[in-house]
Design a protein around this ligand. Structure first.
Ligand code: PRP
Length: 285
């Protein structure tokens, strides 16, 4: 039986959440420490723990069929590869930053300047688009130190919390792109393995949909149900069950997490009581 080979970051910011999302879709992996390859116990899948920067080429060559990878790495090294699903974690941005004392305010102010980066293709693409000629210094790590040691006038690197920039006395002047973890596939994937990816994608979508929503249960007097039902969108319409207490009902519904607090406020004002909110593991539509 065919097995899907999936690459996951060996160590670094994506590793833990990548393993967590595989677990959330019901795939159990025996994860021995320092292993470079592991098999799933209950799914036709082998996980390869690889270095981030190597993954696009492995995908391109068909050494692995799929990967969980930062979109920023794909844009830099694998712009030709296919993104199947955005995974909503490891969100960051690729930004240009300069020392706090610098007068540079945007990309346009970097004409003739030196930019240190691990993302040369990305930076060049944006510089070309803006018609700016700058000199790139390619560094593979600790990019933010470059201005302090006189190596560059600006840096381009990923920013997540912003703490690395802050600690190195840098300010962000331009966001080139926003990124998150994605599931990408190889152009050489076989039909059998594509069918496995389709299964994984279906499961991922139900987990991601669940994460976007919350399950809400509340009690309300029957004479206030009409108003409350209008506030609760639900997947179809809310479930209403009678309570043992005469004249009262319990309502169950699903609320998008972005509207959540506004909806709760409105429910309270309109007579809802005993509101319970639960996370949703999966939502299959
Ligand atoms: C990245 C990046 C920055 C830092 C930004 O390094 O190179 O240095 O994170 O994150 P922050 O805004 O939350 O401070 P990472 O720790 O991923 O290791 P790397 O040097 O191997 O890229």
């Amino acid at each position: 039986m065919s097995k899907l080979k999936i690459a996951v970051q060996k160590s670094g910011r994506l590793n833990e959440d990548s393993m967590k999302i595989l677990k959330a879709i019901g795939i159990s992996i025996d994860n021995g420490k320092d292993q470079l390859k592991a098999s799933a116990r209950n799914f036709p899948l082998e996980v390869f723990y690889l270095r981030n920067g190597d993954i696009p080429q492995y995908l391109r060559d068909g050494v692995v069929d799929a990967a969980i990878i930062g979109e920023n790495v794909l844009i830099e090294k694998g712009n030709d590869l296919n993104i199947v699903e955005r995974l909503g974690f490891s969100k960051c941005r690729v930004s240009i930053a300069v020392p706090k004392s610098s007068g540079a305010k945007s990309l346009k102010d970097l004409e003739g300047k030196r930019i240190a980066t691990s993302y040369p293709n990305t930076v060049n693409q944006f510089l070309d688009k803006a018609g700016i000629d700058a000199n790139l210094h390619i560094i593979n790590g600790s990019v933010e130190i470059a201005p302090n040691i006189g190596l560059a006038d600006a840096v381009c690197d990923i920013v997540s919390s912003g703490s690395t920039l802050f600690k190195n006395g840098l300010k962000e002047i331009e966001v080139l792109l926003k990124s998150e973890a994605v599931l990408a596939t190889s152009p050489k994937i076989s039909q059998d393995n594509q069918a496995i990816i389709d299964k994984i994608q279906f499961r991922l979508q139900s987990v991601l949909k669940g994460r976007e929503n919350k399950y809400v249960l509340l009690n309300a007097p029957n004479d206030k149900l009409d108003r409350i039902v209008k506030i609760l969108p639900g997947m179809n319409s809310p479930t209403i069950l009678p309570l043992a207490k005469e004249g009262w009902s319990s309502l169950h519904s699903v609320i998008n997490k972005n509207d959540f607090w506004d909806v709760i406020d409105e429910l309270k004002v309109n007579g809802a009581e005993g509101i319970l909110v639960c996370p949703i593991e999966n939502m299959v539509l």
